[in-house]
Design a protein around this ligand. Structure first.
Ligand code: HEC
Length: 132
């Protein structure tokens, strides 16, 4: 009996630890409805240039000037910023990337207030140019 209680406590402690350790490394998935967001800039040839302006003022410090996740601020972060040439990033829909830029997570800031909706879509278009 005593043994069972002891085991239960051990198991609970272990689960708690796993939950804590697991959190930061969790793959970050946008909700499925993000894939259905309509990109207002699909046919806008100027979107990339506008996105580049946003990127070179706000994003490069962490993500690096070429978007490889190696900006000057990256070394001090508990989680590495995404490398935009990574296929796991490029495989995501524009809507999913827009959603992540809008909401952020942990060290990745939320840009819902700092950037207009159009600026967030434009920077997604720029990220597409960073694929290898
Ligand atoms: C303070 C550092 C920092 C800044 C500034 C920053 N990011 Fe990030 N970004 C991160 C980190 C760290 C992650 C990984 C977050 C995670 O997985 O929990 C990330 C993840 C992302 C992702 C998700 C990639 C994936 O794997 O799905 C996108 C998209 C992104 N950032 C775009 C941007 C854009 C666009 C900007 C500028 C408007 C920006 N970030 C500015 C740190 C930053």
């Amino acid at each position: 009996m005593k043994g069972a209680v002891y085991m239960t406590i051990l198991v609970l402690l272990w689960c708690g630890m796993v939950a804590l350790v697991d959190m930061p490394g969790d793959p970050w998935k946008a909700p499925p409805e993000a894939d259905r967001l309509i990109d207002p800039l699909v046919d806008d040839a100027k979107a990339i240039v506008r996105g580049q302006k946003v990127f070179s003022s706000l994003c490069w410090t962490c993500h690096g000037t070429a978007g490889k996740g190696d900006g000057p601020a990256a070394a001090g972060l508990p989680i590495q910023p995404a490398n935009f040439s990574d296929p796991s990033v490029q495989a995501q829909s524009n809507g999913a990337l827009f959603w992540k830029i809008t909401h952020g997570r942990g060290v990745m800031p939320t840009y819902q207030e700092a950037l207009s909706r159009e600026e967030r879509w434009a920077v997604v278009h720029y990220l597409r140019t960073l694929s290898p």
